[in-house]
Write a protein that binds this ligand. Structure first.
Ligand code: ZN
Length: 497
């Protein structure tokens, strides 16, 4: 089972609905803060957590405290509030148990009692009569959300059945249509707006409403959003048989190379993008979607494992190559390539192929695919790559995608080397590039121990901002980390030396 969150914007709520959303969030935040301060006062500590985890912590909010929460008008989301509180407290206590230096969760109120920020309202279930539910209007292809934000006292008087809402159906396993028989309504109904990728997920929810799990109501820059958690069913994944590297190419294009399991080139192609190169308001142009669609179709027909450049860290130096400098020859922008990656990721998922692997783009335009020599001297002209060592020739524009396609084969050939030294005090395992230095005492399982320690080292390197360094030794380390992360289980690729 895997989880995914989609964020949907509440589309232009009117004045009354805005006020309801705003005050619901304020009430929720104050009630949440009240629970935290009570927990702090009563010294809710690790003992409670140890004796039963987060569900015990929901019980910590007893009848009396629960009744006191009513002063904040939080009746519609009390279950969720308790769970939200329990989850927050259990993460805090868990960190504390691990000996981390964490402070008790801070207050949302300033000294004058004003709210510093708003806490997103948590909805612990998708239901037709409480919490939240999504609705669909098939005729107009529009989506709505129903949010239970009001209590009996603040409920709205029904203003008659509105014709625009008559074709609405719940996206819920009950398959009901909304009935409006209560004279007073404790919910508000709002249309939603979103992008193409979110819509694709919503369409899947129409067929599988069980996918809809919890949600959070968020306020950002004065607008309201609903972040919905989806549980994606495990689908039968296609087992990849070939590799497909997709790199930036010259001009406004992507280069695509498909190789077989042994690295032999099966097909090479460029996908040229015609129009806009820039993202408009963060949204990629339509042709990026089209390019992603074509590449996914090809990946399906070849059953390819798609390999992309991870441009977030090191550059591929494609901008230096100029491929024959000039306006038309400039490479695809990094932001456009990254937008393409995001689109490709969910399209591949829909097609039943594994997510693309992102690898270090370091040297992909200067490394010989045949002998592996990385030298800028081999770039013989704007168009050609001629290896100074083995003489192999390639068209420069395809070189990046060929090297990407071969990356996993290269990784696989070249296992992670761990040095083993037998000393007086036991076995010592080390890897210089990774900074691994491990003393085994003889009672632990080596692989479990290695797995945990290497993962910790990787996390530490990432937390320390390794890829912002750019120094040679860090570059090596970062390459090795990406290699390790490209394996489902890297412990199968360890060689002891
Ligand atoms: Zn060569």
């Amino acid at each position: 089972m895997s989880y995914y969150t989609i964020t949907l914007k509440l589309h232009q709520p009117g004045k009354l609905k805005r006020e309801i959303l705003q005050s619901a969030m304020e009430n929720y935040t104050r009630a949440f803060d009240y629970l935290l301060r009570e927990a702090e006062k009563e010294g809710l500590e690790a003992e409670e957590f140890r004796n039963g985890g987060k569900y015990k912590l929901t019980k910590w909010v007893g009848k009396d405290l629960s009744a006191r929460l009513n002063q904040f008008q939080v009746q519609p989301f009390k279950d969720s509030l308790k769970l939200d509180f329990a989850m927050t407290m259990s993460s805090y206590l868990e960190l504390k148990e691990q000996g981390r230096n964490v402070g008790f969760p801070g207050s949302y109120e300033d000294a004058q009692g004003r709210l510093k920020t708003l806490r997103p309202i948590f909805f612990c279930r998708c239901d037709v009569n409480r919490d939240y539910c999504l609705l669909y209007d098939e005729e107009k292809n529009r989506y709505y959300v129903k949010l239970y934000l009001l209590n009996q006292r603040s409920a709205l008087l029904r203003d008659g059945v509105q014709s625009e809402e008559s074709c609405l159906k719940y996206i819920h396993k009950s398959g009901q249509s909304p009935e409006r028989n209560a004279a007073r309504e404790r919910f508000i109904l709002l249309p939603l707006s979103f992008g193409t990728s979110q819509e694709a997920y919503l369409k899947r929810c129409l067929d599988n409403p069980e996918m809809l799990k919890t949600a959070r109501l968020i306020q950002r820059n004065g607008a309201f959003f609903l972040a919905v958690n989806l549980e994606l069913p495990d689908e039968e994944k296609l087992e990849p048989e070939t590799f497909m590297g997709v790199s930036r190419g010259p001009g406004n294009s992507l280069s695509v190379t498909v190789t077989d399991a042994n690295g032999g080139v099966v097909e090479i192609q460029t996908v040229v993008l015609q129009g806009e190169k820039r993202l408009r308001g963060g949204r990629p142009p339509a042709e990026i979607y089209l390019a992603a669609k074509r590449i996914v179709e090809k990946a399906v027909s070849y059953r390819s494992r798609v390999i992309l450049e991870n441009l977030a860290e090191y550059t591929d130096k494609a901008t230096d190559l100029d491929f024959g400098r000039g306006k038309d020859q400039r490479v695809l922008r990094k932001s456009t390539y990254q937008a393409f990656e995001r689109i490709l990721t969910y399209k591949l998922d829909f097609a039943g192929l594994p997510a693309p692997v992102q690898v270090s783009p370091f040297g992909i335009f200067s490394t010989c695919p045949k002998c592996g020599l990385n030298s800028k001297k081999s770039i013989s002209s704007k168009e050609m790559f001629l290896c100074v060592s083995c003489g192999a020739a390639y068209q420069l524009k395809y070189l990046g995608s060929i090297n990407l396609a071969n990356k996993l084969i290269k990784y696989r050939k070249d296992d992670i080397k761990i040095k083993v030294v037998n000393g007086a005090s036991g076995i010592r395992l080390s890897n210089e590039i990774l900074g691994l230095d491990l003393q085994m005492t003889g009672t632990e399982d080596i692989m479990i121990h290695l797995n945990r320690n290497i993962k910790d080292l990787i996390q530490e390197a990432k937390d320390g901002g390794i890829y912002r360094g750019g120094r040679r030794e860090l570059r090596k380390k970062w390459s090795l980390i990406q290699k390790i992360e490209s394996y489902d289980d890297f412990t199968k690729h360890i060689t002891f030396i």
